[in-house]
Ligand binder design. Structure first.
Ligand code: FA5
Length: 341
């Protein structure tokens, strides 16, 4: 019995000096391996007198369990040491520290914008950037709204001292993009727009639109309907029907308001579509010849369609947000509830 406690003391001392996994492997063999010290002791059981067998057996098993525990603790110690050394060497962050910060999430506007961009990229459109501060020319004149034209009143504008404006619509980039690429052209350009609005649950002074333009030979309203249906079916993940009603915008002729069949009740009538089965979604039309001309494109040779989708409202519809001001509120608790779907 004295020997047994000596074996344990000795094992403890040896373990303290161990610094590597291979040394620990040897230690295991020396004690618990096939011919290890503890295994040999267990083999001796058969020679122990009967009256001592029980107590001897218990002692040996206790020591065996103690050594197993010591080995397992040593294993953990060595693993931690290895990670610490690696961190020290590579200056990496310690990834084993439990995470305390909350997982972030994308803003609903970003989610819907990325979705629309992906769809149009897959249909061969390029994605362009627009300015937030624009010249009056690009925002109005270049899209067929000359000075003093009554249509300027449709968009109550923020003017800067410099004479520039905060762009009131993404159409402000049309001219620049036409001049940059010429025809044929297939582009979308998402962006932030600003208007001096009376604010309510569906009107913000700062909101997002995504403009699309396709210019080529023989482009017609049929192409416009095809691309809009394709995009909306992808956004809503189900077949969406569209209808066009006449709409007036000086930069398109003919101009339309595009309605979609309500994706919530499949056109049967519900709260969202105000029981009409249709939702007004996106103004669009065939680009006015004057606009093509100002963009350096010959309207005798080329035609095109354009649309200006307000995707702040599309994000509200998609994610069941009833108050538009939430989108610019910075209310992380509410905004982070929207997950990619
Ligand atoms: C325009 O801005 C035109 N440039 C769209 C266009 C482009 C027509 C190309 C034809 C061809 P409108 O003012 O209707 O049109 O705005 C387009 C969309 O922007 C609206 O349907 C709406 O979804 C969104 N929108 C407009 N004003 C606001 C606002 N104050 N708050 C939130 N969304 C708005």
């Amino acid at each position: 019995m004295e020997n047994l406690s000596l074996i344990l003391d000795e094992a403890r001392k040896k373990l303290e000096e161990i610094n590597s996994a291979s040394e620990l492997g040897n230690f295991y063999q020396n004690y618990l391996g096939k011919n290890g010290k503890i295994t040999e002791l267990l083999k001796m059981m058969k020679d122990i007198p009967n009256e001592e067998k029980k107590s001897f057996g218990m002692q040996v098993n206790n020591i065996k369990q103690e050594i197993q525990l010591l080995i397992s603790n040593k294993e953990k110690e060595l693993a931690k040491k290895q990670i610490d050394e690696k961190i020290e060497k590579t200056q990496l962050v310690d990834l084993t520290i439990p995470q305390r910060t909350k997982k972030g999430s994308l803003h609903p506007i970003t989610i819907i914008q990325n979705k629309i961009i992906d769809i149009f990229l897959s249909m061969g459109f390029t994605v362009e950037d627009g300015n937030e501060i624009e010249t009056e020319y690009n925002n109005f004149e270049a899209v067929n709204v000359p000075k003093n034209h009554p249509a300027r009143d449709m968009q109550d504008t923020f003017y800067l001292d410099s004479g520039q404006v905060l762009k009131t619509h993404t159409s402000a980039a049309q001219n620049r993009i036409m001049k940059k690429y010429g025809a044929p052209l297939k582009a979308i350009f998402p962006g932030r727009c600003f208007r001096n609005e009376e604010l309510d649950a569906s009107h913000e002074n700062t909101f997002f639109q995504i403009e699309g333009m396709m210019i080529d030979k023989d482009v017609s309203v049929a192409n416009l309907i095809y691309f809009m249906k394709e995009m909306l079916t992808n956004v809503f993940g189900k077949q969406i029907n569209v209808r066009l009603r006449p709409g007036f915008f000086p930069f398109v002729e003919p101009g339309f308001e595009l309605d979609i069949s309500c994706p919530y009740c499949d056109g049967k009538g519900c709260r969202v579509c105000k029981h009409s089965g249709w939702i007004e979604l996106c103004p669009c039309g065939m680009i006015h010849p004057n606009v093509l001309r100002m963009g350096g494109i010959d309207p005798e040779k080329y035609q095109g369609f354009a649309f200006g989708l307000g995707f702040s409202r599309l994000a509200m519809m998609t994610y069941d947000i009833t108050e538009i001001r939430l989108l610019n509120s910075g209310n992380i608790k509410a905004l982070s509830q929207v997950r990619i779907k």
